[in-house]
Design a protein around this ligand. Structure first.
Ligand SMILES: *[C@@H]1O[C@H](CO)[C@@H](O)[C@H](O)[C@H]1NC(C)=O
Ligand SMILES: *[C@@H]1O[C@H](CO)[C@@H](O)[C@H](O)[C@H]1NC(C)=O
Ligand SMILES: *[C@@H]1O[C@H](CO)[C@@H](O)[C@H](O)[C@H]1NC(C)=O
Length: 401
C-alpha cells in the first residue's frame, strides 16, 4: 500500500474482510487446513481474516501454486517472498523472516532456497514460532537447484548459491510474481507496501530494483565496472520485485545476437561473454540485461533498499528522511561487525524482540536506546531514519485496538 493510503484501506476494511471470507483460497500449496479465522496478531489490533492457517510445506514437496492469487489488496492470498540462504546465513535469514511477519498486514509465503543441511534447522526454528504468527506465515523449502537445461553448466560456473536467484523465473514456474530479498534484508515497513509497486509497473516493466548508488561520486559501477550496467550508477539486486510471468514471456535485447532472447536462453551466453569482467557476480549480469532493456525495469526509491552506502559519508538517500527507511540492507556483513553500529542496532533489536511482545516497549524503546550510542557515526546521526517506519506501524496498529 502506498504511504498515505491507509485511510482508504481503513475505509475498505469491512469490504476486504468480506472478500477474504468470500474468496477462500482452497489452501496454500501444501495441504494445510485453511480456516479463515480472524488472526489474533499479538501487539496489534487484529486485522480481519487476512491470514491463512499455518501451512508448512514438507521439504521438497512442491505442489502446484496455480490457485494462488497474489494480489494482497484483495486479501485473498499471501505475499510471495523468496530468499536464498547458504553457509552461515541461517540466523540472518530467520531474523529477516521475523521482520517480515512483525511488519506485515496480510500474510507471507516464504520460498526458501537453502543447502540441504540447513533445511532441518529452518523447519525446526520456524515451526517454533508462536501460533499467532504461524497463522499468517507459510514456507516452502527448496534445494539449491538449476533448471534441467542448465544444471551441468551452472554448477561449474558461479558458486551455485550466488546465481540461484537468476533462475527463480524458471524454477518457480507456477508463481506469477515474487519478491526476492537477500538474507541481510530487514523489513521495517509492511511488505505489502513494497509489493504494491508491482501495480505501478507499466506494461513493459517486469522487475523492480533500487539503484546501486544515489551519488555518482561514490558509485561503484560508474567508476569501476568493465561491463554495461543500468542507468547512471547500476542497480542493486538485494531487493527485487520480479514479475515472473512477464520474465518468462519476454524476449530481451542483448549484445550477443541480433535477435532478442528469452531469459532462459540469455543467461549462459551472457555469462560466458562477460565472466572475466564480473565483480559482483549475478548482480552484474542483471545490470547487463537491464542496460539493454532499461524500459523493462521499474526503479524503486532508495528507502526500499537502504545500505550503508546511503549514509556512511552522510545521508544521500533523501527520500529516507521524512518517512524513514522501509527496507534495510545490511550488506558486507555490517549486522555482525562493528563497522556500522546503527545497522547492527536494528538487527539486534529485531532479533531480540520477543514474539508477541509490545512493539513500543520491546522493540522501539530498546532500539532507540541502542541508536543513541551510535550518534557519533554518520549513519547513526539521524536515528529517526531507522525508527520512523517501525514507529508508524506501531502507531497505525493502535488504531485498531
Ligand atoms: C505480472 O504480469 C502478468 C502479465 O502481464 C499480469 O497478469 C500479472 O497481474 C502481473 N503480476 C503482478 C503481481 O503484477
Ligand atoms: C572486459 O574488460 C576489458 C578491460 O576493461 C575490456 O577491454 C573488454 O572489452 C571487456 N570485455 C567485455 C566482454 O566487455
Ligand atoms: C514504461 O516505463 C519505462 C520507464 O519510464 C519507459 O521507458 C517505457 O517506455 C514505459 N513503457 C510503456 C509501455 O509506457
Amino acid at each position: 500500500m502506498a504511504p498515505g493510503s491507509l485511510p482508504l484501506f481503513i475505509a475498505l476494511w469491512p469490504l476486504l474482510g468480506w472478500v477474504c471470507h468470500g474468496n477462500r483460497v482452497p489452501s496454500l500449496q501444501c495441504q494445510a487446513s485453511s480456516a479463515w479465522a480472524a488472526p489474533q496478531a499479538p501487539g496489534r489490533g487484529g486485522w480481519p481474516c487476512w491470514g491463512t492457517e499455518l501451512s508448512v510445506c514438507p521439504s521438497h514437496k512442491l505442489l502446484p501454486l496455480t490457485s494462488l492469487d497474489t494480489n494482497p489488496i484483495r486479501g485473498t492470498s499471501c505475499i510471495q517472498l523468496s530468499v536464498v540462504a547458504c553457509g552461515p546465513r541461517l540466523q540472518e535469514t530467520l531474523v529477516m523472516l521475523k521482520s517480515s511477519v512483525l511488519t506485515m498486514r496480510s500474510c507471507v509465503h516464504a520460498h526458501i532456497f537453502a543447502e540441504d543441511e540447513l533445511h532441518g534447522a529452518f523447519q525446526e526454528e520456524l515451526s517454533a514460532w508462536p501460533a499467532a504468527y504461524k497463522k499468517r506465515f507459510a514456507f516452502t523449502m527448496y534445494a539449491i537447484s538449476f533448471p534441467q537445461s542448465h544444471t551441468a553448466n551452472w554448477k561449474q560456473l558461479f558458486k551455485p548459491c550466488a546465481s540461484q536467484r537468476l533462475f527463480l523465473p524458471l524454477i518457480l514456474q507456477s508463481l506469477d510474481a515474487v519478491l526476492y530479498v537477500d538474507t541481510d534484508i530487514l523489513f521495517l515497513s509492511p511488505v505489502e507496501d513494497l509489493w504494491s509497486y508491482f501495480y505501478r509497473f507499466n506494461s513493459s516493466q517486469l522487475a523492480g530494483m533500487a539503484p546501486e548508488h544515489e551519488a555518482t561520486q561514490i558509485g561503484w559501477y560508474n567508476r569501476f565496472a568493465r561491463h554495461p550496467y543500468f542507468g547512471k550508477t547500476g542497480i542493486n539486486s538485494g531487493v527485487m520485485l520480479f514479475n515472473l510471468t512477464r520474465v518468462r514471456q519476454t524476449f530481451f535485447k542483448n549484445d550477443l545476437s541480433p535477435s532478442p532472447l528469452t531469459w532462459d536462453d540469455l543467461l549462459l551466453p551472457l555469462y560466458h561473454k562477460y565472466r572475466l569482467n564480473l565483480t559482483w557476480g549475478d548482480q552484474d549480469l542483471i545490470n547487463i540485461i537491464f542496460h539493454h532493456n532499461s524500459e523493462k525495469l521499474y526503479v524503486l526509491p532508495c528507502q526500499w533498499n537502504f545500505r550503508p552506502d546511503h549514509c556512511m559519508y552522510g545521508l544521500n538517500c533523501a527520500t529516507a528522511l521524512p518517512l524513514g527507511v522501509h527496507v534495510l540492507h545490511g550488506n558486507r556483513g555490517v549486522y555482525h561487525n562493528d563497522k556500522q553500529p546503527a545497522f547492527s542496532a536494528v538487527y539486534e533489536a529485531i532479533r531480540h524482540f520477543p514474539f508477541g511482545g509490545d512493539m513500543e516497549r520491546h522493540l522501539l524503546a530498546p532500539l532507540r536506546a541502542a541508536l543513541q550510542v551510535t550518534e557519533h557515526t554518520y549513519c547513526g546521526r539521524m536515528p529517526a531514519v531507522f525508527t520512523a517506519s517501525l514507529q508508524r506501524i506501531t502507531d497505525d496498529f493502535l488504531v485498531f485496538d
